[in-house]
Design a protein around this ligand. Sequence first.
Ligand code: DC
Length: 223
Amino acid sequence: MSFNIAIDGPAGAGKSTAAKLAAKELGFIYVDTGAMYRTIALYLLRSGTDIEEEAALQAALEDIDVRISYEQGVQHMILNGEDVSGLIRTPEVSDMASRSSARPAVRKKLLDLQRQLAAREDVLMDGRDIGTAILPKADLKIFLTASVAERARRRFLEMKEKGEECSEEEIRREIEERDYRDMHREISPLVQAEDAVLLDTSDMTLEQVVERITALAKEKMHA
Ligand code: DC
């Protein structure tokens, strides 16, 4: 039986950085499910699909083959044979991923892929609905969050470091919009699972977050 850890939480809480490091330390596979939604979003943008049109969306989804591959432990997203990992972090893709992930057909498309991975491997899966919908029986569930101000500040510093022009105020607005959409959609909204451990990272360093995740995992594994 594989050991499954679900980490859910809002955008920019530092989930992926912390989860990646924790997975490495535990010898688990890190699964970034947001990247899967982003991969589908990229296809929908490229094809100009009207996602509010059910038939058009269905037709587009049928043309999409999403695969995940690992190169030296790093997750790559393969869209119809093309490695699109470097193309899915733009604001346009973020926006489309947030909107299209509210569509039931899109969520259904990724459900099996996510469950199959978790059934096969010890995974640390990062997303919005992993503990509530995808892996309700996960061995450990963590809801990782931080204040909006802190998340905006972190994203701002990250972008500045990359030399990208941006305003902290605008980032904050985008985060608030995405939070609202992710939390209020009808299907699989972002909510803390009843049995999830809440981790507010606003005043924690990355090292402290990783340490806490690995400690919780080790506790559960040896229970
Ligand atoms: O984690 P991220 O920012 O890369 O995710 C991109 C979008 O995908 C985000 O707006 C919410 C959505 N998402 C989701 O609905 N369910 C998941 N399990 C992961 C991401």
